[in-house]
Design a protein around this ligand. Sequence first.
Ligand code: PGA
Length: 256
Amino acid sequence: MFRRPIFAANWKMNKGPSDTQAFVKSFLSKLTGRPACDIVIAAPFISLPTLSESLRDARGVEMAAQNCSQFDDGAYTGEISVKMLREILVRHVIIGHSERRSIFGETNAVINAKMKKAREAGLKLIFCIGETLEERNAGILENVLRTQITEGLAGITAEDMDDTVIAYEPVWAIGTGVTATAAQAQEAHAFVRSVVTELYGSEIAQKLRIQYGGSVKPNNAAELMACPDIDGALIGGASLEAQSFVDIIVNGCPAD
Ligand code: PGA
């Protein structure tokens, strides 16, 4: 089944408004032709209004937040609600990134609450999962992924899955320069799809786009994207430079 690839830049805590504006100008000037894929940029909250403004004439490039609150408006100091994200035209939200899990203590239950809250507001989900090196070496990769998927997606309906992307990001490959081999990535992606098949049936699982993330670079994008169950990438470090983000998209996805 054809699945349109989706390439998402995850800037993490990089690029304030002025860097955002400069990036978009450079990115749009370098992205010539129309690659046959979806393109998303996940900027820090404070840069999203500038991103929106800068992308106004760039049809086809959408915005993501990197996180959202699991609560509605109210007494939650420092948080950003899904309603606020909608108000500034954010379409997607990354939930469950490994940095949120490991540095900020987000559990599968918290992540699940955020997923449901984001769907209530109509946001599209980029739901991140992935194992640590210890878990992989201990032979519990599949258990870890199965638990993350099952608990993260609890209460997410079949209809919601139309607006959900799963990003498989082995923690040991994030920001380390170590990429999973195409074979390792494909094997994990096929497993993720099989768990989604168990939960939602094969039609939904076959439609689901599964991104790979973890040290994706211009020189490994094509090989990874050629794998049958890899449907795009979530890109951290290499998305910070316009040229390398463009090169990943162009190498990983043919032009229309
Ligand atoms: P990286 O980050 O591309 O810098 O490894 C990926 C991510 O954390 O989403």
